[in-house]
Design a protein. Structure first.
Length: 607
């Protein structure tokens, strides 16, 4: 007979009398169905010690004082977006043994289960528990199983659920102690944006967490790691902890390190706060053609839109001015080049932007890569440009081979693009300006998905820019993600944010500056960029793209990110007064809209 809960304790004469009767009958004085070796194995199943021993996905769990089933505390876990609020702990067990798992739950669609049993994983659930309801399931461990994970979770898009008095009863395994605190933490030689760390292996550790200023920034399996995405000429403090299935050790002694001055991409001569805009130089649309000489002085970076491929796979990029039949007021090539020199003399940067909505580029072969380098170099040299803007969209970065680690991509179109840009950077040197304008789908959506995605059916391009940004972060001048034409995107608060308001830009930019785990994998954290490398991308007018944001909302976003005021519902993970600025599509549409975007930028940053 299987036991569904801890044995009931008997006291006084009743206990003595029952024991006597059992002894007379030749039976062991043990509760029905229990074995003498059975024990309570769940740690803090009552949640009276907060979340100690528990790990909840996406920060979804919290301990509350009401409602509770017993004691003074219970678990409250809130699903959000694609997160089902799974709270779990690993428990040491014995092989070939039977266990009973139970918990009291309340809410819609609450699940209780055990995984990693070595046999058939067990689970049970309730569709609707308006009051406390007990869930119970049993499982048997495999011949070599010494640890299982017990968990509760809710369901996507449903309200919070509650759990209390979770119990796992069965033969106790050999207990696992917390690992020792790591010793010998030391910093290697810093660069302008990174600090290498190493430490001595800790007894009992299976992994390590690295903390920067008290905030966890990455996880490691070995005894070294490099913290990246740091600001130049800045002092940082680091600590490390050891982890195993029992939990996390205390933090080590701190070590300090100061990053060097400069930085590969750096500012490249940009002002502290820069305005970036795209100039429709090769085509016309409803916004009208703007001559280079007529670009207002507000614009610090002018991206020539677009250099386009002769075919998707050739790597051959060509650029020419808009035909006079399409743009009657187009200047001559000589006038165009002279105007570029005049802008540069005034401190402006002029780049060739590759791609755009219709410019699909796939560098699937080394031959295409080399052609890309030579053809882009020819454009830069002919027009005397300052650098390159990568505006690859759509299938240009298709991850069709299923890469799952952004830190070591193998997909040819990604590897060859990284190689091509590094070659261009090496050719033109430190003053080469490199910018990128990906869509949120290709960057922030990597927080939920990367490669094939955890559900298998997710578009494999989600987060496809992450390996490119990461590999080139020390060469990158500016990343200005297109915060438009994207739909709603989940932020680090595990809530979806909609285009067109301050919260969207705050949440998306906070992710770039803070960093985030890729596809929910805490061992693969995309490190945040320096604030001087980040600008917010917006449409200049309602005609320029979905997600137009009013000047008042733009100012709120800037206030929150740079001053931590006007933050609304989203809580940022820092304050970044050095945020570089804003990007817009486009200079032409801004002029068509009477300069609303650029005038607001000038007013906010004092011209």
């Amino acid at each position: 007979m299987e036991r569904t809960g801890p044995p009931t304790r008997m006291t006084g004469l009743l206990a003595a009398f029952s024991a006597a009767l059992l002894a007379v009958g030749g039976l062991a004085a043990t509760a029905p169905g229990a074995r003498a070796a059975d024990a309570e194995l769940a740690r803090n199943g009552t949640f009276e010690a907060g979340l100690t021993g528990w790990s909840c996905t996406g920060g979804s769990g919290a301990v509350v004082g009401s409602p509770v089933h017993g004691g003074t505390s219970a678990l409250k876990a809130t699903p959000a977006g694609s997160d089902n609020a799974k709270c779990s702990q690993s428990v040491t067990v014995k092989p070939d043994s039977t266990y009973t798992l139970s918990a009291w739950v309340q809410g819609s669609y609450v699940y209780l289960g055990a995984e990693g049993t070595g046999t058939t994983d067990a689970s049970t659930w309730t569709q609707s528990a308006g009051a406390w309801q007990k869930l119970t399931t049993t499982f048997k461990t495999g011949a070599s199983t010494t640890s299982v994970k017990v968990y509760t979770h809710g369901w996507y898009g449903t309200p919070a659920y509650y759990a209390d008095d979770l119990s796992l009863v069965g033969p106790g395994g050999d207990p696992v102690s917390l690992p020792a605190v790591p010793a010998g933490l030391r910093a290697g030689t810093p660069t302008s944006s990174s600090v290498p760390l190493s430490w001595t292996a800790a007894a009992g550790a299976t992994g390590y967490n690295v903390y920067q200023g008290g905030t966890k920034v990455l996880s490691a399996t070995g005894t070294s790691a490099t913290v990246t995405g740091l600001a130049a000429s800045t002092a940082y403090s680091f600590q490390v902890t050891a982890t195993n299935e029992a939990g996390e050790s205390a933090k080590s002694a701190a070590v300090s390190a100061t990053t060097t001055a400069g930085g590969g991409g750096g500012g490249s001569g940009l002002p502290a706060h820069a305005l970036v805009g795209y100039l429709h130089s090769s085509f016309a649309n409803g916004s009208g053609y703007t001559r280079m000489a007529d670009v207002p002085d507000s614009w610090d970076v002018i991206d020539l839109a677009f250099g386009e491929p002769t075919s998707v796979t050739s790597g051959d990029i060509r650029f020419s001015l808009c035909p006079v039949t399409e743009c009657p007021n187009v200047e001559s090539v000589a006038e165009f080049k002279a105007a570029i020199k005049a802008k540069q003399a005034a401190g402006k940067k002029v780049l060739i932007s590759i791609g755009g909505q219709n410019g699909q580029v796939q560098l699937a072969t080394t031959a295409a890569r080399d052609t890309f380098v030579s053809s882009v170099s020819k454009i830069i040299d002919e027009y005397g440009l300052d650098g390159l803007d990568i505006d690859f969209e759509g299938h240009s970065l298709s991850l069709n081979t299923g890469d799952t680690d952004f830190r070591s991509p193998t997909t040819p179109v990604v590897v060859n693009l990284i190689s091509a840009v590094k070659t261009l950077k090496a050719k033109y040197g430190a003053k080469f300006v490199l910018t990128m304008a990906p869509e949120t789908f290709f960057v922030q959506l990597g927080y939920q998905y990367y490669g094939s995605g955890p559900w298998g059916g997710q578009d494999p391009r989600a987060g496809a820019y992450l390996p490119v940004i990461h590999a080139l972060r020390d060469d990158l001048t500016l990343l200005h993600v297109q915060d438009y034409n994207s739909g709603s995107i989940m932020g680090l608060d595990n809530q979806y944010h909609s285009m067109g308001g301050a919260d969207f830009h705050i949440a998306m930019t906070d992710m770039l500056l803070t960093g985030f785990p890729v596809a929910g994998d805490q061992t693969k954290v995309f490190p945040g960029l320096r604030p001087d490398q980040v600008a917010i991308g917006l449409p200049a007018s309602t005609q320029a793209g979905n997600g137009h944001t009013s000047p008042a909302e733009v100012d709120k976003a800037l206030n929150c990110l740079t001053k931590k005021t006007d933050c609304g519902s989203y809580a940022t993970h820092g304050t970044w007064s050095g945020l570089r600025g804003l990007m817009t599509w486009s200079i032409n549409w801004d002029r068509f809209n009477n300069g609303e975007f650029s005038k607001n930028f000038d007013a906010y940053f004092g011209g």
